[in-house]
Design a protein. Structure first.
Length: 144
């Protein structure tokens, strides 16, 4: 089902981690991701949950980069892949490890947003900082 996210591409209602650091997945997302999954940090302050097949495609895209570009991107790729963990969905829930929670600034509440090939898990503050509308800064030259 690689790349078949269709109507799942959206932001979901706010969710919370329970006392065991478990997160209940929206039912359509849990269905879409059934089977082995991988949880990894993103380049932003979020986490990304991939199906194993989508994760393997991402790793292949890293491998397929031009050698010079791959050398430049090595630190970024390593940062993402070295922190990734297998994260099975059991009974519609995943456990978010403390190391990844800290990295993403997640305390309890989360924002869930489906990406093209993964589910993003954000702290509300991280989501707001990354997605708030940016207004152009006016200078006196703009109004003079």
């Amino acid at each position: 089902m690689a790349g078949d996210w269709g109507q799942l591409l959206r932001v979901y209602p706010p969710a919370s981690l329970d006392d065991q650091s478990e997160l209940c997945m929206p039912e359509p997302v849990a269905r879409r991701l059934e089977g082995p999954t991988v949880l990894a940090p993103t380049l932003d302050t979020a986490l990304a949950l991939y199906s194993r097949s989508e994760w393997e495609l991402l790793l292949q895209r890293f491998e397929d980069l031009d050698q010079d570009l791959r050398l430049e991107a090595r630190a970024v790729i390593s940062s993402i892949t070295s922190a990734a963990v297998d994260c099975p969905i059991e009974n519609g829930r995943i456990t978010v490890p403390p190391t990844l929670r800290r990295r993403a600034g997640i305390v309890n509440e989360v924002v869930l947003a489906a990406g093209r090939d993964h589910l993003e898990i954000w702290s509300p503050e991280g989501w707001e900082a990354c997605h708030r509308p940016r207004r152009p800064k006016l200078t006196h030259h703009d109004v003079a």
